[in-house]
Design a binder for this molecule. Structure first.
Ligand code: NAD
Length: 253
């Protein structure tokens, strides 16, 4: 249980769902973790849970909006100032709007792009120079970054951008010893997925019964995604960069 011993990690969107689960997994594996989220109390709660479970002071919370350049710079600076360096970045924060192009406001399109896409550019812009010993960046894509999906035009566009931006980043920074991969979850039982059911006006049971997307008959758990992120973040994935790892119980297949 010391896969990330001696490493410093940033998890954006660490207050909830996949981000919270990953921050906990990283800490259990020995990493010091910066938990960043626009939900300040939620980020504090994750850091507190890490302190309780893992002990010591292995986590610090930062309230930040990842679409904002100054906030992204501050997240990275917190890692360096608090823990003395940076090795792992999980760009996980994301939002979804479940509408077609016809019903989506222009402002909402811009917000989804800013939170899901610009954030990855900004965090990499500031984090990669801080990875002076090399590092691993994992970006949160989605099954819907690799295929289309209904009623999610801005989200599908944003996640396809993340998948291909990941490949471009991987090429640019390979010689600096920084690997960049995307993890692409299928439906995962988090507050976001439950909110999607609400946005579509479907009750949770009906939403869950879409068998085509769930060959295993269930959604994933946040911890199942976190374990895949841990693999990509760790030295076990030392020759993997530019890849898109699908973690969806066979949904894309
Ligand atoms: P979630 O809503 O449970 O958590 C997302 C977190 O991101 C929240 O804590 C939220 O406060 C934070 N956040 C939102 N906007 C932010 C901003 N501007 N700045 C900083 N933090 C912000 O969602 P989740 O399901 O855990 O999703 C995590 C990632 O996984 C997202 O990128 C999502 O698109 C992706 N994903 C999720 C699923 C799924 O089924 N849950 C499937 C595929 C991909």
């Amino acid at each position: 249980m010391n896969t990330l011993e001696g490493k410093v990690a940033i998890v954006t969107g660490g207050a909830s769902g996949i981000g919270r689960a990953t921050a906990l997994v990283f800490a259990r594996e020995g990493a010091k973790v910066v938990v960043a989220d626009i939900d300040g109390p939620g980020a504090e709660a994750t850091a507190g849970q890490i302190a309780t479970e893992v002990g010591g002071t292995p986590a610090v919370a930062v309230r930040a909006d990842v679409s904002d350049p100054e906030d992204c710079r501050r997240i990275v600076q917190t890692a360096v100032d608090t823990f003395g360096g940076l090795h792992v970045l999980f760009n996980n924060a994301g939002i979804i709007r479940r509408t077609t192009a016809l019903d989506l406001d222009v402002d909402e399109w811009d917000r989804v792009m800013a939170v899901n896409v610009r954030s990855v550019f900004l965090m990499c812009k500031y984090a990669i120079p801080a990875m002076t010993e090399g590092g691993s960046v994992v970006n949160s894509g989605s099954g819907w970054g690799l295929k289309g999906g209904g009623n999610a035009i801005s989200y599908c566009a944003s996640k396809a951008a993340v998948v291909n931006m990941t490949r471009a980043l991987a090429i640019d920074h390979a010689r600096a010893g920084v690997r960049v991969n995307s993890v692409n979850p299928g439906d995962t039982d988090t507050p976001m997925l439950r909110d999607e059911a609400r946005q579509l006006g479907e009750d949770w049971a009906a939403f869950q019964s879409d068998a085509a997307d769930r060959p295993m008959g269930r959604s994933g758990t946040p911890d199942e995604i976190a374990q895949a992120v841990l693999f990509l973040a760790s030295d076990a994935a030392s020759y993997i960069t530019g890849s898109a790892l699908v973690v969806d119980g066979g949904g894309l297949a």
